[in-house]
Design a protein around this ligand. Structure first.
Ligand code: GRF
Length: 207
């Protein structure tokens, strides 16, 4: 039986990357298990997805904390520690983190971002890739550090930008690869000697 490292997933919305991680963690040979799903948004649809999969899913609403972001993060941190998790995967978690949480989980917190970093950190990445005339776009899994979308890269998946792409079309093409990349990158972190994930005809993936 493969040793499974306990992880948490932090979400704010629909949680499709979380779902990809849930599916991977369900495999006996995958080196992680999900001990907790946490959201800052009590209405995040992903919370129901997680509960339907039999996972513990908890919301810690940021709104009562007003501008005291560190206090909200202390509550998140307490929940993560109570659940005994070793790694944290941000998956569409839409709050900027303060140095409190990034320092507390340094080297143990990953994020997925919908661009080939260091290009297009921040929001609206697909629109910006089209405006810039990028011919190749993609997604990145990276370590979380204090600077937004700046930490060392763990893996990337690249897709072509096609002539008639809209931001939605391009975003959907990238999202399909996010769902391959995140489980592969986490696998690489937890089991570095395992074989790398394979590229496919529609994407170049490197972890
Ligand atoms: C993804 O595009 C992810 O890269 C970004 O936010 C989006 C979250 O989507 N950080 P989902 O909630 O995982 O479906």
């Amino acid at each position: 039986m493969q040793h499974k490292t306990p992880i948490a997933i932090l979400i704010s919305g629909r949680g499709s990357n979380m779902r990809a991680l849930i599916e991977s963690c369900a495999r006996p040979d995958y080196p992680a298990r999900i001990a907790l799903v946490l959201s800052n948004n009590p209405d995040a649809p992903g919370l129901d997805v997680a509960r339907a999969a039999g996972l513990t899913a908890q919301a810690i609403d940021h709104r009562p904390y007003k501008k005291d972001r560190a206090a909200h993060e202390r509550a998140l941190d307490a929940a993560l520690r109570a659940a005994g998790v070793d790694y944290v995967c941000l998956a569409g978690y839409m709050r900027l983190l303060t140095p409190f949480l990034t320092t507390a989980w340094r080297g143990r917190m990953l994020n997925i971002h919908p661009s080939l970093l260091p290009a297009f950190p921040g929001l609206h990445t697909h629109e910006r890739a089209l405006e810039a005339g990028s011919r190749i776009h993609g997604c990145t899994v990276h370590w979380v550090t204090e600077g937004m979308d700046e930490g060392p890269i763990i893996g990337q998946a690249a897709v072509p930008v096609l002539a008639d792409d809209t931001p939605d079309m391009l975003g959907a093409r990238v999202l399909r690869q996010e769902h391959r990349l995140y489980p592969a990158a986490l696998h690489r972190v937890l089991a570095p000697d395992a074989a790398p994930a394979a590229a496919t005809s529609d994407c170049l993936l490197s972890v």
